[in-house]
Design a binder for this molecule. Structure first.
Ligand code: SF4
Ligand code: SF4
Length: 707
């Protein structure tokens, strides 16, 4: 089912065009909006503001209730969707409402409020323009802030024609806005009840705030006699000043605006009006138990800005009707698991490529990728996992002997389809999978090449040593990258040590959602690292490095010895660029090729070191910047095999950007990115060289120690 939805989304040109142009404009607007602000500091602040325990949120709720009730409002705690819907229906009936107006509320989508009211003969009218368009189209929102982002103006014009019964000019946007305004204005006056959500609920005053750009919330809350606010407990904040801090970040991250057009603060009923009633319905629906889990409760810090969708490479290709359920984007994958259906969430979580872009962009400082990853690893095995994945994760990846036997079988089987060490086409598989040229298994493993190398150079005296973790890609496929490294470091008298045996880093198993297999691999791997590592641990694959740095300490807490080792490793893991930069060498580029750089997802966002900044002074005028250089290339390990349709589309964008640089060489520091980009370029008949940093530095630069 997901696969059909993906295919549909990918073939929808309107969706593709709308999302691409939105994502590009959003990026520029957001950067501008945050100019002069310390984004990292804002993230830390917001994360702290919303860091509540279960007990704290309950006491904030009590405080809000007391303050709101003192101002004549009603406050109700609803345990789930049915409870909240029933309470709202009861209020509507008491006031004889057969039509109600609503301003945008994701919480009401979560509990299916519109459907429930309709079943009970009450007509809900959405008054946010995007939501109203979707109501006319009988569709669900595909974005939390811009619900109708997937719709074209032509489609909107056709919808308006239906309600007006006459031709509507799709190019006359002003007229379309006028139609919406006139039609909706009538509803505000007919409705006896207005229903809204809230962006914050301030406990110290019993006040809520609603942030909009259209002013419809103001009409919804003021014209009808009854106002019902439906909100989750996570909207509570301690103080007015805390809410202002969130308010400053929200529009910047949501739409790239410095401030939004309307902020409505509602504190109690109108003293002059006997008729006005304000109800606050606080929804639990699984929120309160989550607050008891220190890791999962992070997700409740979300301020619903939608940024984690806007920056997500997968969302950009398939949109919110595929990448999410009620809530979309990275937070949507998580909240679907909490509030909706674990089985649906299980499918959605697999669609995360793990690029970490959402994590570094979330203004609330939520490490979304890590949460997605952990939830996926925790729930996957309850559902179907293909047998081949289980065999790979439990039997091959943690076992170097079995892995090397598999590589031998692979070498034998690949013979008929390998040409120049490459596989252009895998036979008998879906054609979607052949969107790139793949590397063949190497003739000899890197460990064997390494042993041979040092047997030949064994009399040399080295000044220092570094521990090198090659990872599966270099061990079995890209052995040359490892050999270039040995040569490069040999030039500066650095001896390379490797683990006693090469075991997978564990990420592929974790990514497949097989948490226990991942743990098994991690623990096995740790055994093959030296007992007391006191050297730097070098990786040529930032994904392996990032896994060691971030996942190992998380997964080894059950064993104090392994945990201690993981903590030590965390500080020592380095990319080649970081290691060379710390050695303080003079690196001279000896050629005139124009070079561009693709920034792998786990380099800056995982290993926290910018290779781009390292390269710029070395390459000088020969460095050509790549647009969106830090945007994922679409590889994501098993992701590119599970979702080749999405992977190849993401790659198309990367290749387009590469072509426009006119560079001679594309440089990167991840074997997976080399596989994807090089394979994609070749498949499209383009032969720009794609190189790992180790090869580039060894071939085209000279290294000297600074005396
Ligand atoms: S998780 Fe973060 S980025 Fe995503 S909507 Fe919430 S606050 Fe925004
Ligand atoms: S990690 Fe990347 S792919 Fe996954 S949800 Fe976040 S932005 Fe999207």
């Amino acid at each position: 089912m997901v696969r059909d939805k993906i295919k549909q989304a990918i073939s929808n040109e309107v969706l593709y065009k709308n999302l691409k142009s939105f994502v590009e404009n959003y990026k520029i607007a957001k950067e501008k909006a945050y100019q002069g602000h310390d984004f990292e500091n804002i993230r830390r602040q917001l994360n702290k503001i919303k860091d509540y325990s279960y007990d704290e949120i309950v006491s904030l709720y009590e405080q809000f209730k007391e303050n709101a009730e003192a101002k004549g409002c009603y406050v109700y705690a609803a345990k789930d969707g049915h409870d909240a819907n029933s309470y709202i229906l009861d209020v509507c009936r008491r006031h004889g409402a057969d039509l109600i107006v609503k301003s945008k509320s994701m919480t009401s989508e979560e509990i299916g409020l519109n459907e429930f009211l309709k079943q009970n003969d009450i007509t809900p009218i959405e008054t946010d323009l995007g939501e109203w368009i979707l109501q006319l189209a009988e569709e669900k929102p595909s974005h939390m802030v811009m619900p109708a982002i997937h719709k074209s103006r032509q489609e909107v014009a056709r919808l308006f024609e239906k309600i007006k019964g006459r031709k509507v000019d799709e190019n006359d946007i002003k007229n379309m806005v006028k139609i919406a305004r006139h039609t909706l204005r009538d509803y505000f006056f007919k409705a006896k009840v207005g229903i809204t959500g809230a962006n914050f609920a301030v406990a110290e005053t019993g006040t809520i705030a609603i942030v909009t750009n259209e002013g419809n919330a103001r009409l919804t809350t003021t014209i009808p006699n009854v106002h019902i606010v439906l909100l989750g407990y996570e909207k509570l904040v301690r103080s007015f000043s805390d809410s202002l801090k969130i308010l400053r970040a929200l529009p910047k991250s949501a739409t790239g605006q410095i401030i939004s057009t309307y902020v409505s603060w509602i504190s109690g009923t109108y003293p002059a009006s006997d008729n006005k009633e304000v109800h606050f319905v606080f929804l639990d629906n699984g929120r309160l138990p989550i607050l008891k889990n220190p890791a999962l409760k992070e997700a409740l810090k979300c301020i619903r800005c939608g940024s984690c969708a806007n920056v997500c490479p997968v969302y950009e290709i398939v949109g919110g009707h595929v990448f999410g359920s009620t809530y979309v984007g990275a937070i949507g994958l998580i909240l679907t698991c909490f509030y909706e259906d674990e089985k649906i969430a299980n499918e959605l979580l697999k669609m995360c490529i793990g690029c970490k872009t959402c994590s570094v962009n979330c203004p609330a400082g939520i490490d979304l990728q890590s949460l997605i990853f952990d939830i996926n690893a925790a729930i996957s095995e309850k559902y179907h996992v293909p047998t081949y994945k289980k065999i790979a994760a439990y039997n091959v990846l943690p076992n170097p002997y079995v892995f090397s036997q598999v590589s031998k079988i692979g070498k034998f089987l690949q013979k008929p389809i390998v040409k120049n060490k490459e596989i252009d086409k895998i036979p008998f598989v879906s054609k979607d999978l052949n969107f790139r040229v793949l590397p063949a298994f190497a003739h000899m493993s890197f460990t064997k090449i390494y042993q041979k190398y040092y047997n030949e150079n064994r009399r040399k005296l080295y000044k220092s040593r570094v521990f090198f973790y090659s990872g599966c890609a270099i061990e079995y496929f890209f052995t040359d990258m490892g050999l270039y490294l040995l040569n490069l470091l040999d030039k500066i008298d650095v001896k390379v040590d490797i683990p006693k045996k090469m075991v997978c880093c564990g990420l592929p198993s974790l990514h497949m959602g097989l948490g226990s297999a991942g743990l098994k691999t991690i623990l096995k791997n740790l055994r093959f690292f030296d007992e007391d590592i006191d050297q730097d641990v070098l990786v040529l694959c930032p994904t392996c490095g990032s896994t060691i740095k971030h996942e190992y300490p998380k997964y080894t807490t059950i064993s104090p010895k392994d945990y201690q080792k993981s903590i030590e490793l965390r500080e020592r893991v380095k990319s080649l660029s970081q290691l060379l930069s710390e050695l303080g060498l003079k690196i001279t580029y000896k050629h005139k090729y124009k070079v561009t750089y693709h920034n792998p997802c786990h380099q800056k966002r995982g290993l926290c070191f910018s290779t781009e900044e390292f390269l710029k002074p070395i390459l000088g005028e020969y460095f050509v910047p790549l647009k969106d250089s830090d945007k994922c290339c679409g590889f994501g390990g098993s992701f590119s095999f599970d979702f080749p349709e999405i992977s190849s589309k993401i790659l198309d964008n990367k290749i387009e950007n590469i072509i426009s640089t006119k560079a001679d060489i594309v440089l990167t520091d991840c074997p997976g990115c080399v596989l994807q980009i090089q394979g994609g370029l070749k498949k499209r008949g383009l032969f720009t060289e794609v190189m790992h940093l180790s090869e580039f530095l060894e071939k085209y630069t000279e290294l000297e120690e600074i005396k």
